[in-house]
Design a protein around this ligand. Structure first.
Ligand code: FAD
Length: 379
């Protein structure tokens, strides 16, 4: 029998995240978006209440929450602000490769500090010249005795430069493809490691996105995750999981779009009647609701597959692509429901649309998700 109910623990987590969003995120979201600034106090408060770095396992001092727990929480946080949620979500993106490819000793060494004080992780795969074709990476890693020496530039890295640890993917032989890649953990203070903040993003401006520069950055061989040649595999296995929180965040945005539309439409009158009396408006609300329900079900299913150790690459790709497109449509229609008022910053709906666009691009564009889904169909 299928059981769609959440456990008591999951309902408590949902309530905790909902309350946190109401109190700590919604009141400041527009302001930090305008200032293009990451609200560090939210990271600190998330740490205090237990909403930061959720996937760190118990043996490394963390809560060891599952993907379904993360999805439930992610929907709530993104309801308040997708940009702020990306700060927390990108930290998980930096943690998961250490869970996928790291030994228990490495997990303790790199992740336990993130359970002792507020701190973030980051995941550095994309480069200026290649994002989708990640195996064509140009950042090099050369062994010198017992140390790896890293040189190159990474692009578009969330939490880049301020994260305590960054998992950097590099090639040991340019042009060698995915078989010549390594995953290396680089601490924030490594000499030769610097970053430049990317400004004027369309949305998600409360998240930090950076270019990372590596100039003869040395890390011990013990910072290598998995074996030689495993880098690309670790990156792909990570993204197969972490796309689910992007899907969950998209559901959160769509839910916000629906709630804001309902509120506004009930108040707004045109031609002497509330606009909710017009079927054209009712249908937009109904479409949003259909998308939210469908998207959440798919997200939960993909999360459940991860938690139960079953194959999940295709389902995670379906959830990510479907939910980000569904949420884009919902945000777009929410602006339409608001008419001219939807087009200005006085109402939160224009920010929803600016924010949600990124969900179709990062963690693999939706074109790449379709390639993954098709590959599974054709196998
Ligand atoms: C704000 C922000 C935050 C990000 N955070 C991170 C992060 O934390 N870590 C990280 O590593 N990266 C991050 N990224 C990078 C993101 O993952 C890439 O932008 C994305 O993977 C696309 O790569 P690209 O920009 O190089 O586009 P390209 O790969 O150049 O793609 C351009 C277009 O071509 C399409 N395309 C490419 N190849 C194919 C194909 N084979 N078939 C069909 N269509 C194709 C793409 O879908 C896209 O539409 C972030 C990006 C942004 C904007």
């Amino acid at each position: 029998m299928i059981d769609f109910s959440l456990t008591d623990e999951q309902r408590q987590l949902q309530q905790l995240a909902r309350e946190f969003t109401r109190r700590e995120i919604i009141p400041i979201a527009a302001e930090y978006d305008r200032r293009e600034e990451l609200p560090w106090q939210v990271v600190e408060k998330a740490f205090e209440v237990g909403l930061l770095n959720l996937s760190i396992p118990e043996h490394a001092g963390g809560l060891g929450l599952g993907m379904l727990d993360e999805a439930i929480i992610g929907e709530e946080l993104a309801y308040g602000c997708m940009g702020i949620y990306t700060v927390l979500m990108a930290s998980e993106l930096g943690i998961v490769p250490i869970l996928v490819g790291g030994s228990e000793e490495q997990q303790r060494r790199f992740l336990t500090p993130l359970t002792e004080k507020p701190g973030l992780a980051a995941f550095a795969l994309s480069e200026p010249d290649n994002g989708s074709d990640a195996a064509a990476m140009k950042t090099t890693a050369v062994l010198d005795g017992d140390e790896w020496v890293i040189n190159g530039t990474k692009m578009w890295i969330s939490n880049g430069g301020i994260a305590e640890i960054t998992v950097v993917f590099a090639t040991t032989e340019r042009g060698g493809g995915h078989g010549a890649t390594v995953a290396l953990v680089v601490p924030k203070d490594a000499p030769g490691f610097s970053y430049n903040k990317i400004k004027h993003k369309m949305g998600q401006r409360a998240s930090l996105t950076s270019e990372l520069v590596f100039e003869n950055v040395r890390v011990p061989r013990g910072n290598q995750l998995g074996g030689l040649g495993d880098g690309f595999k670790i990156a792909m296995k990570t993204l197969d999981k972490t796309r689910i929180p992007v899907a969950a965040g998209s559901v959160g945005i769509a839910r916000r779009a629906l709630d804001e539309s309902l509120k506004y439409a009930k108040e707004r009158e045109a031609f002497g009647k509330p606009i909710t009396s017009y079927q054209a408006i009712q249908f937009k609300l109904a479409e949003m609701s259909m998308g939210i329900e469908t998207g959440r079900l798919m997200t939960y299913k993909a999360a459940w597959l991860v938690d139960s150790g079953r194959p999940h690459a295709s389902e995670a790709a379906i959830a990510k692509a479907y939910c980000s497109e569904m949420a884009f449509d919902a945000a777009n229609e929410a602006i339409q429901v608001h008419g001219g008022y939807g087009y200005v910053g006085e109402y939160p709906v224009e920010k929803l649309l600016r924010d949600v666009k990124l969900n179709q691009i990062y963690e693999g564009t939706n074109e790449i998700q379709r390639l993954i889904i098709a590959r599974n169909l054709l196998r």
